[in-house]
Write a protein that binds this ligand. Structure first.
Ligand code: URA
Length: 241
């Protein structure tokens, strides 16, 4: 791989930035100052340093964001703030995008990555990766509703949702629930409760697969995910027919 590509992929800066760093003699390969931006390096074998610090090459990166309300799950928008506006400057050289969508008023676990293939895999309707939500729901959510979610709620457009797991945390005039679904239709959780004649008044995603939102993350903060974390996301899928 070319040295300038390696440095860009390692999120050091733009092509122009990294060429400048090389020109200034700030990049070394195996201890020798790199002279040419197009020199070939082997990312497995060569050690590249910037100002003496090892440059770590990562093909792709994955972040968990604790999304706040008021931001849309997109990379750009003319009128509304996007989740990318929440990222610190150092991430502007990462081509991050949200893998999946949360509504503007939904909070919680949003996955950001630059890995298109992975995003496609976990979002594909056929893969049925689970997502778990916490919600406040108007009115009493009761045991009979657990069975209805298990059987598959029919949405207003006639679509029968896959079986979902409803856990009642508080059954009252304002109920508190957790719901695990295995698909991601537009406004799905809200529409499922609307189909029962009630309304979600607060929604927060608390898990993707078996990976739970890190509740120590402040709203808008991100944290880098490890390979083990990523495996957990893919680890809970709908096993039905
Ligand atoms: N279901 C919804 O209704 N909204 C979300 O943001 C996510 C799931």
């Amino acid at each position: 791989m070319r040295l300038d590509k390696f440095l860009c992929d390692a999120h050091i800066g733009t092509r122009k930035d990294v060429k400048k760093l090389i020109k200034e003699g700030k990049i070394k390969v195996d201890g020798l100052v790199a002279k040419n931006f197009d020199m070939k390096i082997d990312e497995e074998k060569n050690t590249v340093t910037l100002n003496g610090e090892k440059v770590v090459y990562e093909k792709f990166v994955y972040f968990m964001m604790n999304k706040p309300k008021g931001y849309i799950s997109a990379t750009e928008d003319k009128y509304k703030n996007t989740v990318l506006n929440l990222l610190p400057d150092e991430f502007k050289y990462y081509n991050l995008f949200p893998a999946g969508r949360l509504d503007i008023d939904t909070e919680g676990f949003l996955l950001l990555t630059d890995d298109g293939v992975f995003a496609h895999n976990i979002l594909s309707p056929k893969k049925h990766v689970s997502k778990t939500y916490f919600a406040f729901v108007d009115g009493k959510v009761e045991e009979k509703h657990v069975k209805m979610f298990e059987d598959g709620i029919v949405l207003e457009d006639g679509y029968k949702a896959l079986p979902a797991k409803l856990k009642i945390l508080k059954s009252d005039e304002k109920s508190e629930i957790e719901l695990t679904i295995y698909e991601g239709k537009f406004h799905q959780v809200k529409r499922m409760f609307e189909a029962l004649g009630t309304r979600v008044t607060y929604l927060k995603r608390i898990a993707m697969g078996k990976l739970f939102l890190d509740e120590t993350l402040k709203k808008g903060e991100i944290k880098k995910l490890t390979a083990e974390d990523i495996k957990k996301i893919e680890d809970d899928r709908y096993k039905g027919e």
